[in-house]
Write a protein that binds this ligand. Structure first.
Ligand SMILES: Cc1ncc(COP(=O)(O)O)c(C=O)c1O
Length: 432
């Protein structure tokens, strides 16, 4: 058992002991006050209980690999430990200062002063649904940049929502230029432009500087996906005039998945407030969620039960990022990226993204050499080194390996392990 899981288990035991003690004290009082001579009752059953799917009593061993794929990444141990605290009621007074702290930390990592900044209780992909549901009314038009799976997904979500879509399509490994985007915005004047800051299926980084101003000139709101980039690549919500940003917890932030950072600009909130119809997904309606987070009115009524333990972890992860500082974090990711490519280059491996300026530091795509059995190399890395690397996704499936350098895992030592695993896999298949 690792030091982290031993510490986590010890903490969990201490918490359980505290809860058990309180329960025993209460039971002693109620036994005195409410003792009854009635026979224990039994429920009356209308049908026989099937044991077909009853779990066997056995220990289920969960492996603990070093996760160097495109995410999730191993969380910071301190964030993991924070999850094992006893639960707090989400509507109880101590929870609100904790949510306020998360909000402050998210404003830091998103580099924004937007009031409507919070963690959506859902996956990164669900935050994409929330963006579509809140910013687009049926019949409105979105321009969507597509050079991988995330642009395809945004398109699919817009169409299901009844919005019209015009795509800017680029091959995997390329991104649209400022001029490409300018031309489409002038022609289409869409309600929303979607760009993916880090296209994790192909390893490209979208340049964003100046696009916000361009959008606003045409009455368009700019939506940006930062699921695999936030905290790992320089990003400025306010300075780049972005209207809606969503991200994920489980990548460069170093928190387990389940609470997705989101921020809406004042312009985006104006649009939401002036809609003809309400956003169609109640659970993701930013005006409803915002009441519980305390930025839409001063009361904090119940909206839903959030993943409370993930919130503990998120606060801790944001604390760690704040201690390191964003500039240091961005430099750490960039240096790991250079170190990785220096190592891979010596092994004769080639980057999938040809223009170095367009390469993500956080998700690195490596061309699979002709004749190499990629699955065998991935399996060897896992079996021999307990190291997780991934293949491609969508259009890059069968074409690339993907290496994530994200958050807690982004260290020189882990990069060395990845290079060693590649070297070993290539030697095994006589490529070296
Ligand atoms: C760029 C990007 N957007 C969206 C998502 C979807 O996030 P989730 O898997 O949390 O739904 C991912 C996940 O890998 C991603 O890399």
């Amino acid at each position: 058992m690792s030091m982290t899981s031993m510490a986590t288990t010890a903490l969990a035991r201490a918490n359980r002991a505290a809860v058990d003690k309180a329960t025993a004290a209460l039971a002693a009082v109620s036994a005195k006050e409410f003792s009854s001579s009635a026979m224990p009752a039994e429920v009356v059953l209308d049908a026989a209980v099937s044991d077909a799917n009853k779990l066997e009593k056995k220990h289920f061993e969960i492996p603990e690999p070093l996760m160097m794929g495109p995410g999730p990444s191993n969380p910071y141990p301190r964030a993991n430990d924070a999850m094992s605290k006893a639960l707090l009621g989400h509507m109880h007074a101590p929870m609100f200062p904790l949510m306020d702290e998360i909000q402050t930390g998210l404003k830091y990592v998103l580099q924004t002063e937007n009031e409507a900044t919070f963690g959506l209780s859902a996956s990164g992909g669900a935050a994409m649904d929330a963006a579509v549901s809140n910013l687009l009314e049926p019949g409105e038009k979105a321009v969507v940049s597509v050079s991988g799976i995330w642009g395809e997904r945004f398109t699919e979500k817009c169409l299901r929502h009844g919005a019209e879509v015009v795509q800017i399509r680029k091959e995997a490994g390329l991104t649209p230029s400022f001029e490409d985007i300018e031309k489409v915005l002038e022609e289409e004047k869409p309600a929303v432009l979607f760009l993916c800051h880090g296209e994790s299926s192909s390893g490209t980084k979208q340049k964003l500087d100046g696009i916000g101003e361009l959008c606003h000139k045409h009455g368009t709101l700019l939506v940006v996906d930062t699921v695999c980039t936030l905290v790992g690549e320089p990003f400025f919500t306010d300075a780049w005039n972005i209207d809606l940003v969503y991200s994920g917890a489980q990548k460069c932030i170093g928190c387990p998945p389940g609470l997705s950072p989101m921020t809406y600009s004042a312009r985006a909130m104006e649009k939401v407030m002036s809609r003809k119809s309400k956003p169609d997904i109640f659970s993701f309606d930013v005006t409803e969620v915002g009441r519980q987070w305390g930025f839409n009115g001063d009361k904090r009524p119940y909206h839903h039960t959030p993943p409370i333990n993930i919130m503990f972890a998120m606060r801790e992860a944001l604390q760690i990022v704040s201690e390191e500082g964003l500039e240091n974090s961005w430099n750490r990711h960039l240096n790991a990226h250079y170190q990785l490519w220096e190592g891979l280059d010596k092994l004769g491996l080639k980057p999938f993204v040809k223009n170095p300026e367009d390469r993500l530091a956080t998700v690195n795509c490596i061309e699979i050499p002709e004749g190499l059995d990629a699955g065998k190399l991935i399996a060897n890395a896992f079996d021999k080194f307990n190291l997780e690397i991934s293949g491609g996704l969508g259009g890059t499936a069968g074409k690339v390996f993907r290496i994530g350098l994200m958050g807690y895992n982004c260290t020189p030592r882990n990069v060395e392990s990845v290079v060693t695993a590649f070297e070993d896999g290539l030697k095994q298949q006589k490529f070296l």
